[in-house]
Design a binder for this molecule. Structure first.
Ligand code: NAI
Length: 284
């Protein structure tokens, strides 16, 4: 296979919708699969909103024209003819391994790439539940996908070079994004550096050292960050932040990766950040 035209995306949440959008904007035929009708409807609405915003800002000529290339459904079997499937479901190892087993059975082309957008689960764990570990890899996008240009390419020890290079061409030439390479280690390059920084900010808040506003303002005004670490955690989602921290802690056993109690309690409370309307800040 020399190019990817038919793309599948599993999960149409924050990331899946973004991945579907950029693939469709690149002219690909995109099929998105959600877990149920309500989630599929919400995913479709998310895509429509994002694309109409892009059209309003003059980034695309027409939202409708891009939406015509995207189908959102609930039938995993419909992914059979895809040349690339990107998994973007919940950050849960059991859910992802079950899905990779199913994708391995469903996707017919032996050259097709089965990719995960996981932030922290070892690609090897997903590769080894399939019969085609040479075609499994991490393709890790950043939130918001239509805006941020970075993608981490994460082959496992068993991924074929051709698989990585086909993914690189897709990311680079088709999507117009920039790829960096990471080994299959928890957090890859960016989160291994970013998450301990976010956790330190949460510990600082938790200890009463400074307010959320002052911590964030400090980093924005004093270090030229586009947003502070607590606002960033709200954007990533506190559940995802905690899950990534747990994976990093499990892999490296360093206290700096351990999720602070405040983060755990906020996740228990359903205060997940922007996606639920409240995290360290409240959103309308
Ligand atoms: P999300 O919670 O917004 O979306 C997950 C979606 O997957 C939901 O819509 C859910 O209904 C759907 N889903 C769950 N199980 C499913 C299944 N078995 N089949 C089909 N759909 C299913 O989560 P988000 O933030 O989009 O994260 C998705 C993945 O992307 C995770 O692995 C996360 O670690 C990763 N990621 C997240 C980033 C972020 O900033 N939020 C950045 C980069 C990667």
């Amino acid at each position: 296979m020399t190019a990817i035209e038919r793309v599948g995306v599993v999960g149409c949440g924050l990331m899946g919708a973004g991945i579907a959008e950029v693939a469709a904007r690149a002219g690909k035929d995109v099929l998105v699969v959600e877990s149920g009708d309500a989630a599929a409807k919400a995913g479709r609405a998310r895509l429509e909103k994002s694309l109409s915003r892009a059209a309003d800002r003059g980034k695309i000529a027409s939202a409708e024209e891009v939406l015509e290339r995207i189908t959102v459904g609930t039938d995993l079997e419909a992914l059979a003819d895809r040349e690339l499937v990107v998994e973007a479901i919940v950050e849960d190892e059991a859910a992802k391994t079950e899905l990779f087993r199913a994708l391995d059975r469903i996707v017919t082309s032996p050259d097709a790439i089965l990719a995960s957008n996981t932030s922290s689960i070892p690609i090897m764990k997903l590769a080894t539940v399939t019969e085609r570990p040479t075609h499994v890899m991490g393709i890790h996008f950043f939130n918001p996908v239509p805006v941020l240009s970075l993608v981490e390419l994460v082959p496992s020890l068993l991924t074929a070079t051709e698989t990585t290079e086909l993914a690189r061409a897709f990311v680079h030439e088709d999507l117009g994004k920039h790829a960096i390479d990471s080994q299959d280690r928890a957090g890859f390059v960016v989160n291994a550096l970013l998450i301990p920084f976010v956790l330190s900010a949460i510990r600082m808040l938790e200890s009463g050292f400074a307010t959320a506003e002052d911590i964030d303002e400090g980093l924005v005004r004093g270090a030229a960050h586009p947003q502070g670490p607590l606002a960033l955690a709200d954007l990533i989602g506190l559940d995802t932040t905690k899950a990534v921290a747990e994976s990093l802690y499990e892999e490296f056993k360093e206290p700096l990766y351990a999720p602070p109690p405040l983060l755990a309690r906020m996740v228990d409370a359903g205060l997940l950040g922007r996606k639920t309307g409240r995290g360290f800040y409240t959103y309308a």
